[in-house]
Ligand binder design. Sequence first.
Ligand SMILES: *Cc1c(COP(=O)(O)O)cnc(C)c1O
Ligand code: SF4
Length: 352
Amino acid sequence: MVFYKVEKNGWKNYFSDIVSIEEISDRFCISEKDLKKVSKIYPFRLPRYFYSKIKEFKDPIFIQAIPDILEIKSDSGMPDPFLEDSGLSPVPNLVHRYDDRVILLASDKCAMYCRHCMRKRRVGIFNENFFDNFDEILNYLKNHNEIEDIIISGGDPLLLSDEKIEFILSGIRKIKKDEILRIHSRFFSTLPMRITPFLCNILKKYHPVYINTHFNHSSEISKEAEKAALTASDYGIPLGCQSVFLKGVNDNYNAISELFKKLLKIRIKPYYLHHPDPVQGTSHLKPSVEKGLEIIKKLRGRISGMAIPNYMIDLPDGGGKVALCPDSLIKKDNNFLFVENFRGKVYKYPLK
Ligand SMILES: *Cc1c(COP(=O)(O)O)cnc(C)c1O
Ligand code: SF4
């Protein structure tokens, strides 16, 4: 089964085939002026491939891809609630919050600019050249033995050429011989043609390499996305997914359970469901935490446990990530826990 021609750089044609503001404005009868006003502040970029998945106005793909005037109208949230650019960045393009893990911001660009992006203050706007201070980053890794998990993120690092990706991985591997490398990429959803055997052949040389993808709705799981996931997985790359809980996209039980079940079938393990961060320009996309907990609670016992991720919030002021769990512990005495199961029935669990 071949859905697209697999050439080393074939993906670049799909990458540069993007949709214009005018085309969006015509198709959906939205003010061109508004679209341009928003995209001046928060960049717009939409590959035709992902655009072709929009079926109608305000559907789950539309909401993630098309600028909304509300992005610049509401003023709640902060541009950088986690102080990634200042407090947590000892070296430019490196974020170090947890002792054992760092994030490298290897690219400031993406195939598509998600309207809900938690780094919307910088992606597509900053124009830093990661490679200018790559030596400094490697030096930092060398001097910090406690770092055992290196996350290559951005923007989207898979936007870089195969050669540059190999340059980064081989540079890190010289210092961190057998530590975990993680790549965070949305290409599996927004432009799956990027995931070629050529790319995977490079990645597998530097194992253990994990990839965390980003899918928010089952309509993103196309034949092409499936092929991308199966290709990467055939090269021994374990795949996870970091989804974002978003109003109008997946803030109901059916959308969430469908998404997680379909991901698991293409060998992507749902890793996190992120509650949206308090980021400026995204508050209109934020569902309530109660709703999130209710959905997570309902999943348990109804779909494969393999398909259920942790529901995460990221605490401001550097508090870090915390998994929120629905309350199942009703009460506790000296001898028993009283625990509610997925059907709402309470059981006594002996402590002794
Ligand atoms: C989320 C995050 C990580 C990775 O956390 P995991 O829970 O291990 O996936 C690392 N550094 C920072 C700054 C983060 O925000
Ligand atoms: S792919 Fe990730 S970094 Fe890029 S715009 Fe979307 S959420 Fe932000």
